[in-house]
Ligand binder design. Structure first.
Ligand SMILES: NC(=O)c1ccc[n+]([C@@H]2O[C@H](COP(=O)([O-])OP(=O)(O)OC[C@H]3O[C@@H](n4cnc5c(N)ncnc54)[C@H](O)[C@@H]3O)[C@@H](O)[C@H]2O)c1
Length: 440
């Protein structure tokens, strides 16, 4: 049976696309500075699938391999404009220097563009991020009123920057660990909890709610619960808006989802995986608080269980030990170092070890993810795709999925899912890699 269908109707990406960032810290400023540098041809969009990736179409003999951005109608990088909220008043120029990810020379070359991004007052409550204490914060009688103020911000940003469309990406600090409860079940109970100023409504949920109410797609780059609750995923469906999350897949977890599928593919067993990190930026400081760390830990720990499937392969993966640590160590700044000690076993149970020492730059790995998510969410909206966008799992440590569905963590399956979704959008044949036709 042929899998070729008619291409879906996708509105053309006309005009400007506004990218509203919650949090103007290391990731956001590295993203904005990078896009501005690329616009001025000072740099290449390295790490971005939307800009540098290609997609194979049809049979291998057809030699059709366009760039992703020539294949699907994405907004042009030149049409992106930025806005942000933060609990500190620093503009993107000062915040980029503060974050210390990029060289001062480059930041100075982009000074005008960066200075034009001045953060709007944030919705913030220290109850949810213990290590931060900001002053640039909105006041309101209750959480519904705060959401209203965010919606007004979205409207003024759209008008001021002349945007045709807007997407929102949460790049703010990791909030304390929360689980979905009855208040998150329906929009009615959610709004009631907002009116009553209930603690079950975190600031990130107020932003997500404001985005969805304003017709703005939402992505969550941190592990917070945020939009991953029935009230908000239903709101996204009702508003015909795409949502995705959670927690950008960078650094150590990216490596884990590259190595673990390889071990499983060759049926190599695992006794244990010990991961530790030293990190000295503000994110590291926030994660030094046990409650914020718990949110991150849950996000990082689930990955191996899902990839290795101990229930399906008990002889290889039953009871492996998995430990993840993050240590705040200021001298390192954004230049994290992550060590992995992997205790594996092979034929006849003989033990072996793998050691990984990844000297990575967190925000350098995260910035192209923000770019791709902004462009793909905008594409999804124009293509009429609504609710949870599982095809964007590729970018996340804890992918959001439909209720009852386990998340797919294997990076290579995620990539196949993403590319097949693009082929589906354009009515191209899905690629199964069967390939028997070449030998008929
Ligand atoms: N860098 C990575 O590779 C990576 C990977 C996965 C997830 N993340 C997550 O992305 C987020 C951003 O990381 P970062 O390194 O840029 O951190 P950062 O600390 O440099 O920036 C976060 C910014 O958010 C602001 N903020 C906090 N609460 C806010 C609120 N309620 N409203 C508006 N602003 C708020 C802070 O003041 C800060 O400026 C963190 O949650 C981090 O855990 C980062």
């Amino acid at each position: 049976m042929s899998t070729v269908k008619k291409p879906l109707e996708i509105e053309a990406p006309q005009g400007r696309l506004g990218v509203l960032l919650v949090g103007l810290g290391a990731v956001s400023t590295t993203f904005i500075a990078g896009v501005e540098a690329i616009k001025r041809r000072l740099a290449e969009p390295i790490g971005s699938l939307t800009q540098m990736g290609t997609i194979r179409l049809g049979k291998r003999t057809e030699n059709r391999v366009p760039l992703v951005r020539d294949f699907v109608p994405l907004a042009s990088i030149n049409d992106l404009v930025f806005g942000a909220w933060d609990i500190f008043e620093e503009d993107a120029y000062e915040a980029a220097l503060h974050a210390g990810v990029l060289e001062r020379d480059l930041v100075n070359q982009l000074k005008n563009e960066l200075q034009s991004v001045k953060p709007m007052k944030a919705v913030f409550d220290q109850y949810y991020v213990k290590r931060l204490n900001g002053t640039h914060v909105k006041q309101g009688a209750n959480k519904l009123e705060l959401a209203q103020q965010l919606m007004e911000d979205i409207e003024s940003f759209k008008r001021a920057k002349g945007c045709d469309r807007v997407v929102m990406v949460w790049c703010a600090s990791t909030e304390v660990f929360m689980q979905a409860g009855s208040e998150h079940e329906t929009l009615e109970s959610f709004e009631r909890a907002m009116r009553e100023n209930s603690t079950v409504i975190a600031p990130s949920m107020i932003y997500a709610y404001a985005a969805l109410k304003s017709g703005v797609p939402f992505a969550n780059g941190a592990p917070n619960l945020t939009a991953d609750v029935p009230a908000l995923t239903k709101l996204a469906m009702d508003q015909n808006l795409p949502v995705c999350g959670k927690d950008f897949k960078t650094g150590q977890t990216l490596m884990k989802t590259i190595i673990a599928p390889g071990l499983k593919a060759r049926l190599i067993g695992l006794h244990g995986w010990f991961s530790t990190n030293i990190l000295g930026n503000r994110d590291g400081e926030v994660l030094d608080d046990p409650e914020s760390f718990k949110t991150k830990e849950e996000s990082k720990l689930s990955v191996l269980e899902y990839i290795l499937q101990p229930d399906v392969y008990p002889a290889l993966y039953k009871d492996f030990s998995h430990v993840v640590r993050i240590n705040y160590y200021p001298p390192r700044g954004d230049n994290k170092e992550g060590w992995d000690n992997i205790d594996i076993f092979g034929w006849l149970g003989y033990p072996m070890q793998i050691k990984v020492d990844f000297l990575c730059r967190d925000s350098i790995l995260a910035a192209p993810i923000v770019l791709d998510l902004a462009l793909f969410l905008d594409l999804a909206q124009r293509a009429g795709m609504r609710g949870i966008q599982e095809w964007l799992s590729f970018y996340f440590k804890s992918p959001m999925t439909a209720p009852g569905l386990y998340p797919e963590h294997d990076l290579f399956i995620q990539l196949m899912k993403l590319k097949n979704t693009l082929r589906h959008l354009r009515g191209e044949e899905l690629i199964t890699h069967l390939g028997l036709e070449y030998y008929d």
